[in-house]
Design a protein around this ligand. Structure first.
Ligand code: 4HQ
Length: 222
């Protein structure tokens, strides 16, 4: 993300909701109507904070980070990477007043089924996942398609020097110089890992005829 910011690929700005709170206390939270534990973010400060942001006409999207959102995944990252401006709303406490959702939010995203103290780390996860998809942000010339999840499969095992480490050898095929054999081995390992660890991903994965044939042999082995 730092590289992306330095190279002007993305611009990250922080708006502190508390700066839009009123009164001597500058309170951003209040007790929930109907009673119950915890506090709720007052709608006024959030609304005014949002109003203060200069909008990029028609190419701006307001996202609320919350455990009630749809799960953020690589497809969502690609989708969001096409907007010119994202306004990520991070709540604290038990969440924001429902009327913020109703008046000001385009979509609600969760980074996973666990509870954070605030949406800020979730927003940073979203920013990092999206930044690296903007053209020109990768270190090398490696395309994002080659990447993990580019085709919806888990990555094959990676090895570098030395040839033997803690008694474990690098698979001989990787030293063979036979590029077609290496490609096939890697594809099989990707499919094997996905089948073993994340069979749910195979549904959405982009599989070729060759992939389906390899999967067939893997399922025979079980
Ligand atoms: N939050 N994915 C904000 C999360 C969360 C998540 C907890 C967000 C509390 C107020 N956000 N509230 N998981 O746990 O995005």
């Amino acid at each position: 993300m730092g590289r992306a910011v330095n190279r002007r690929i993305v611009d990250v700005r922080l708006v502190n909701i508390r700066d839009f709170a009123r009164g001597a206390r500058k309170t951003t939270d209040d007790r929930p109507y109907g009673g119950g534990d915890g506090m709720v973010m007052k709608p006024g400060p959030v609304f005014r904070a949002l109003k203060s942001v200069d909008r990029v006409n028609g190419l701006s999207n307001v996202v609320l980070l919350s455990p009630q959102g749809t799960t953020f995944d690589q497809a969502t990252a690609w989708e969001l990477s096409r907007w010119d401006q994202l306004i990520l709303v991070c709540g604290r406490y038990e969440g924001v007043d429902e009327r913020i959702r109703l008046t000001s939010i385009d979509r609600e995203l969760s980074i996973g089924d666990y509870i954070l103290s605030g949406g800020e780390l979730a927003a940073m996860v979203v920013i990092e996942a999206i930044s690296r998809l903007r053209p020109g942000v990768l270190g090398g010339e490696r395309s994002n398609l080659e990447d993990s999840f580019g085709d919806g499969l888990l990555e094959y095992p990676q090895y570098t020097r030395p040839k033997v480490f803690q008694g474990k050898e690098v698979p001989s095929v990787l030293l063979s110089g036979d590029h077609e054999k290496i490609r096939l081995w890697r594809r099989k390992e990707s499919l094997k890992r996905t089948l073993e660890r994340r069979p749910d991903l195979l549904q959405k994965a982009r599989l070729s005829t060759e992939d389906k044939a390899i999967l067939g042999t893997l399922q025979e082995d079980i």
